[in-house]
Write a protein that binds this ligand. Structure first.
Ligand SMILES: Cc1ncc(COP(=O)(O)O)c(C=O)c1O
Length: 434
């Protein structure tokens, strides 16, 4: 039976971000079920899910409250369209997200939620709204040239064409360049010159720039690159000074990953548009939200004949099952005081990672909250050292994945301190054996 799944997988499934020739030559892992922080394969082996099933899982798998919420919703309705009608969970969730943002970001400016299905679409929506906002804003003559986007070296915002256009990871994005719309690539936020560069560019070209798009505090897929303290706040004030919209892509950083509910909180930044996905449903279902300020939303209001409508939407926009899961996810944050439990876990992780610094193959350890990148090397990327290390971790019942030569740890917020120590001990042993 098990062999069947492996065979069918090899014969028919084209895996994402995967060199299939390499994959077909490796041992397969077929996941059958999960309990808490562990996923379990068809042979009954349990693996600590130390990448939160690609940065989505929050409170562990098969969490009773989320399971129950989805089941209860399923007995009512799975899906109806949000085009021209509302539904109960999408309405409740919009209210809850707006209240949450008001509380956490200490602002009442953000009041509107546009749903989609994943992180990439949340970014596409933000880009299109930002673009259209300036086209709609009056006096038109002054603003209609604001059509360009600024994003940063090593940025990753998803895989759809707009999101790839504002992405700057050479390996993922370069081949598509002829297909993409041109964007302005600013230096890496960790480059001390970055803010001056942005300021000079704004001075010269702000009348042509619609928005800046940034992963706040940490560039995730770029290799867990942590921004210097104060960077985000200074970037936001440049945006205010030069009338450039600020899009915070909190797809990876949202829902506690950096130690607070949202990364923007830590710098007191209120974005104009905010993209949420991944952890929104606790890692259960594909749902995303792009949050907008009232000022932006109101620019789209008018008589139908003015054609100010935001002509965008997906079949599953505002899906009831996803929204029910998201509501249960947010309830758990409150009931289990999840954010309050994070500082000691983060501290344990920091301490446990200390020991790795002495290893000669460790170039740098980057950490923000429960997001960690351990850069090893120097190894040519083709040698696949980090990839092989992650396969070896699997033999020790730990699931991790690399980004180039960086080993990523991004456990669910429900990870225990014992599990953190175990995870770091396994990674230590594997790196020291290189
Ligand atoms: C910051 C950021 N934005 C957007 C995305 C795209 O999300 P999705 O894979 O759900 O389309 C990701 C995915 O890793 C991300 O890290």
């Amino acid at each position: 039976m098990n062999e069947n799944y492996k065979n069918w997988d090899h014969q028919h499934v084209w895996h994402p971000f995967t060199q299939m020739k390499e994959y077909l030559a490796e041992d397969s892992l077929v996941i059958e079920r999960a309990e808490g922080n562990y996923v379990i394969d068809t042979e009954g082996h349990r693996y600590l899910d130390a990448i939160s099933s690609l940065w989505v899982n929050v409170h562990g798998h098969a969490k009773k409250e989320i399971n129950d919420a989805i089941k209860a919703q399923l007995d009512k309705i799975a899906h109806s369209t949000l085009l021209g009608s509302a539904n109960i969970p999408a309405t409740e969730l919009a209210k809850k997200l707006v209240d949450l943002v008001h509380e956490k970001l200490k602002t009442e400016k953000i009041n509107h939620v546009f749903y989609s299905d994943n992180g990439s679409t949340a970014v596409e929506v933000a880009l299109k709204i930002a673009f259209e906002y300036w086209q709609l804003k009056t006096p038109k003559k002054e603003y209609s040239q604001k059509q360009k986007f600024v994003s940063f070296r090593d940025a990753y915002h998803g895989d759809t064409i707009g999101a790839v256009s504002v992405g700057h990871i050479e390996m993922f994005h370069e081949i598509y360049r002829p297909l993409l719309f041109p964007t302005i690539q600013a230096p890496s936020p960790k480059d001390p010159e970055c803010l001056d560069w942005v300021k000079n560019r704004f001075k010269k070209d702000a009348q042509k720039i619609a928005a800046v798009v940034i992963e706040p505090l940490v560039q995730g897929a770029g290799g867990m690159i942590v921004q210097p303290d104060g960077f985000l706040k200074k970037l936001k004030s440049l945006c205010e000074q030069y009338e450039v919209l600020f899009i915070a892509d909190e797809v990876a950083t949202g829902f506690g990953r950096t130690g607070t509910m949202f990364a923007c909180e830590q710098e007191g930044v209120v974005p104009d548009l905010m993209c949420l996905a991944k952890g929104l449903t606790g890692g259960y279902l594909p749902l995303a939200a792009t949050l907008a300020t009232s000022e932006i939303y109101e620019a789209f209001l008018g008589n139908y004949s003015e054609y100010k409508t935001f002509f965008h939407g997906h079949s599953y926009t505002g899906n009831q099952l996803g929204c029910a899961a998201a509501l249960a996810n947010l309830d758990i944050f409150e009931k289990e005081k999840v954010l309050e439990s994070l500082p000691s876990k983060i501290q344990t992780l920091t301490e446990s990672l200390q020991r790795l610094k002495s290893l000669s193959s460790v170039i740098e350890i980057r950490q923000k909250g429960l997001m960690v990148g351990i850069e090893i090397g120097p190894y040519p990327l083709e040698s696949r050292v980090a990839h092989k290390l992650c396969l070896a971790a699997r033999k020790k019942h730990i699931l991790i994945r690399p980004l180039g030569n960086t080993i990523v740890l991004m456990p669910p917020l429900s990870i225990t301190e014992d599990e953190i120590n175990l995870l770091c001990a396994v990674v230590y042993d594997l790196i020291s054996a290189l």
